[in-house]
Design a binder for this molecule. Structure first.
Ligand code: DHE
Length: 587
C-alpha cells in the first residue's frame, strides 16, 4: 500500500514555517503568501526540456531501503510520467542530473536528509527562494505532486551523450555543394527577407519584406529557436529545440534545406563565422544537452569539432556537470565565436583559425548567462546574467571582461538589445526586464563618454513585467518594447513605444493584438523586428497552435498599422529575423 503523504502533517507545516511562510490556524499558508509563490513569468520562463521527455531512459536501480523510508517504488509507467514532468517543469532550474542550476540540487541523498513530507510540502506550496507552488496553484494534481515527491527519492536517469560519431549518423547533405546553383536563381530581395519561426509546427516561413508574401515554408527541427545568416547572405541556419540544425540555401528557387545535422538532444543557439576571410566557413551550434558546442563545416554542416562545456563555476569554483550553452554570436573583428555558458557563468571566445589547436579564451563573467548582443560598434558584447540581475560586458577586441553592471531591474532579458544615441548620454544599449516594468539604458562609449560608460544612465518605465524583447534601428526614432508574458492579457497583447528624442515623455501603448483583427486567444505580441531600411517594424501575434496567429507590420515613423499578414500556415509565429539586420547585427 502506498503511504499517503500528508500535507497538513506536522512535518509539512514545519517545513513550510521553516521557509518563512506564515502558517494559519487552518493549517494552510495565508492566501497572500500563496499568491507570492504562484508561478509567474520570472519563475516559469526557464529552459524547458521539450525533447528529453520523449526519451525512453533506463530506470536506475532502486535503492534497497526506499520502502523502509516510506517511498513506494515507481512502476515503469510512473517513472516515464514523472520523468516527463521533471524535464518539462523542473530540469530548467534544477538541472537534468538534478545537481542544481538556478534552483537547488535535488539528488536522492539530499531528499533523504529532508524527508518525504518536507519534499512534498515544497512541491505543493513552493518557497520564498523562487520555487513555484506547483501543487496549490493547480499546475500539478495531488497525485502528480505525490508522484514527483517519490520520483525525487530515486536516482536520476542519465540521458545519452552525443559524440562525433552519433552526430555523423544524424548528418545529411540533401543537396551536395556541387549540385547547388552557382548564382542566385530566384528574384527574391534576399536582404529584406524575414525568416519567421513557426514554433509549434516545426517550420520556418520565409516572408518577403516588401510584398509580405510567404515565399516558402520549410520543415525544420521542432520549435526553431533562432535564425542566423552566413556572412555572404546566402545561407540561413536555424536550430530547433531538438538540436536539429537546418541549412537553407537562399539562392535556390525556391530556397530549400540543403543540409541538416542533429548536434545533441536539446539546443537553442547557432551562428556562422563572420570575420574577414572566414565568411561562410564554419557554423557553430550550442546545446543544452549534452552540454557542449560543435563547430561544423559552413557549406555542408559536417561536424568537425565537439567541445564540452562541463567545468567549474565562476564564483564558488565548484564543478558543474551540465553547463548549458546559451547565446552565441560571431565577432566581425576577429575569427572568434562568443559562446556564453549559462551555469558556469563563463564567456568563451573561441578562435576558429585552427580547429586542431583550438584557442579558447575563458572569461570569468557571472552565472546564468542567457541572451545578448553587440553594442553599435560591434566591439563590445553585452549579455544578461539574468538571475543575478546583471549585464556582463566583454571586449571582443582585447578579449577581456570589460564590466559587470547591476541593471537596476529584475531579470534583464535583452534579446540582442537595442542601440541608439541618447540625446544626453551618447551611445547606449538597452535591455528590458522579465521581472518588472523597467527598461535600462547602459552607456557604451568609453572613449567619447567615459563618465557614462558601463553605467545605467537612465531607466524607463514600460507597460509591465513579462517583457522579453526590445528593438530600434539606426534609421528610427522609436524604441519598441514587448510584454508577451505579462499575466494581464491586454498588456500581453500590446507593446510600448518610446520616442528616442523625448525619453522622459513616457511611452505610447500600441494595441497590436487588436490591430491584428484576431479576437480569440491571449494574442501575445512577441519580438519586434525591423525591415532592412528601418521604416517598418514587425510583430508576431503569438496564439495557441489551434488558434489564429498573425504578423502585424507597423509603419515606424507614424506608428500606424501598415499591414497584417494572415495565413492558415502561420502557426504560432515567434522569432523573426530580417536577413540584412541579422547578418550585420543591426539592432
Ligand atoms: Fe528564447 C533567444 C533560450 C524561451 C523566443 N532564447 C534565446 C537565446 C537563448 C534562449 C539562449 C539566445 C540565442 C542566441 O542568441 O544565440 N528561450 C531560451 C530558454 O531557455 C527559454 C527561457 C525556455 C526554453 O525552454 O526555451 C526560452 N524563447 C523562449 C520562448 O518561450 C520564446 C518567447 C518563444 C519560442 O519560440 O520558444 C523564445 N528566444 C526567442 C527568440 C530569441 C530567443 C525570438 C531571439 C531574439 C532575438 O531577437 O535575437
Amino acid at each position: 500500500m502506498r503511504r499517503a503523504i500528508g500535507l497538513t502533517s506536522a512535518t509539512a507545516l514545519a517545513a513550510w514555517a521553516a521557509m518563512g511562510i506564515h502558517v494559519g490556524l487552518a493549517q494552510e499558508p495565508d492566501p497572500q503568501a500563496l499568491e507570492e509563490h504562484r508561478p509567474g513569468p520570472g519563475t516559469t520562463y526557464v529552459p524547458e526540456f521539450d525533447v528529453m521527455p520523449e526519451l525512453k531512459l533506463a530506470q536506475p536501480a532502486l535503492a534497497a531501503d526506499l520502502e523502509a523510508l516510506g517511498v513506494e517504488p515507481l512502476t515503469t509507467d510512473d517513472f516515464q510520467t514523472a520523468q516527463t514532468i521533471y524535464f518539462q517543469r523542473c530540469a530548467g532550474c534544477h538541472g537534468v542530473l538534478r545537481k542544481g542550476a538556478t534552483g537547488k540540487a535535488l539528488t536522492p541523498d539530499i531528499m533523504r536528509e529532508n524527508g518525504l513530507d518536507y519534499v512534498n510540502a515544497f512541491i505543493q506550496w513552493g518557497s520564498p527562494g523562487g520555487m513555484p507552488n506547483w501543487g496549490s496553484s493547480g499546475d500539478l494534481s495531488p497525485e502528480e505532486v505525490d508522484l514527483m515527491t517519490r520520483y525525487l527519492f530515486h536516482e536520476p536517469p542519465q540521458p545519452p551523450e552525443w559524440g562525433l560519431e552519433t552526430m555523423r549518423e544524424h548528418w545529411r547533405v540533401l543537396v551536395p555543394v556541387a549540385d547547388r546553383p552557382t548564382e542566385k536563381l530566384n528574384d527574391l530581395d534576399v536582404e529584406n527577407l524575414f525568416s519567421v519561426t513557426l514554433r509549434d509546427s516545426g517550420e520556418v516561413a520565409l516572408i518577403d519584406g516588401s510584398t509580405y508574401e510567404i515565399e516558402t515554408i520549410l520543415p525544420t527541427g521542432y520549435a526553431v529557436h533562432i535564425s542566423r545568416i552566413s556572412a555572404s547572405g546566402r545561407y540561413l541556419y536555424v536550430i530547433g529545440r531538438d538540436a536539429l540544425v537546418s541549412m537553407i540555401d537562399l539562392w535556390m528557387d525556391p530556397p530549400s534545406v540543403v543540409a541538416e545535422i542533429k548536434v545533441g538532444i536539446e539546443a537553442r543557439s547557432v551562428e556562422s563565422s563572420k570575420a574577414e576571410g572566414w565568411e561562410d566557413t564554419y557554423v557553430i551550434a550550442g546545446a543544452y544537452w549534452p552540454p557542449h558546442y560543435v563547430i561544423t563545416d559552413g557549406a555542408t554542416l559536417e561536424p568537425l569539432k565537439v567541445v564540452s562545456t562541463r567545468g567549474y563555476t565562476v564564483d564558488a569554483q565548484e564543478f558543474h556537470p551540465e553547463p548549458r550553452v546559451a547565446a552565441i554570436v560571431a565577432s566581425h573583428h576577429s575569427p572568434e565565436f562568443v559562446v556564453n555558458v549559462k551555469e558556469t557563468g563563463k564567456v568563451l571566445l573561441v578562435n576558429y583559425e585552427d580547429l586542431s589547436n583550438l584557442r579558447v579564451r575563458d572569461i570569468d563573467a557571472a552565472r546564468f548567462l542567457h541572451d545578448g548582443g553587440f553594442d553599435s560598434t560591434g566591439r563590445y558584447f553585452l549579455v544578461a546574467a539574468n538571475a543575478m540581475h546583471q549585464i556582463v560586458v566583454v571586449d571582443t577586441v582585447d578579449g577581456a571582461l570589460e564590466a559587470i553592471i547591476d541593471t537596476g531591474g529584475q531579470t534583464p532579458h535583452p534579446g540582442r538589445g537595442a542601440n541608439f544615441v541618447h540625446p544626453e548620454f551618447g551611445p547606449v544599449w538597452a535591455t528590458t526586464h522579465l521581472g518588472d516594468w523597467t527598461v535600462s539604458l547602459i552607456g557604451t562609449d568609453p572613449e567619447g563618454h567615459p563618465d557614462q560608460a558601463w553605467k545605467v544612465v537612465q531607466m524607463l518605465e514600460g507597460l509591465g513585467g513579462g517583457s522579453l524583447f526590445l528593438k530600434t534601428h539606426p534609421n528610427s526614432k522609436n524604441l519598441w518594447v514587448d510584454t508577451p508574458l505579462n499575466p494581464e492579457p491586454s498588456i500581453a497583447s500590446s507593446v510600448a513605444v518610446f520616442d528616442l528624442d523625448n525619453l522622459d515623455g513616457g511611452y505610447e501603448e500600441i494595441p497590436i493584438g487588436e490591430w491584428s483583427g484576431i479576437t480569440e486567444g491571449v494574442r501575445r505580441i512577441v519580438q519586434p523586428e525591423y525591415n532592412k531600411d528601418g521604416t517598418e517594424v514587425w510583430f508576431s501575434v503569438w496564439n495557441a497552435q489551434d488558434q489564429e496567429s498573425a504578423i502585424v507590420v507597423v509603419d515606424d515613423a507614424t506608428r500606424t498599422l501598415k499591414h497584417v499578414i494572415k495565413d492558415p500556415r502561420l502557426i504560432t509565429p515567434t522569432g523573426k529575423f530580417n536577413v540584412f539586420n541579422t547578418i550585420n547585427d543591426v539592432y
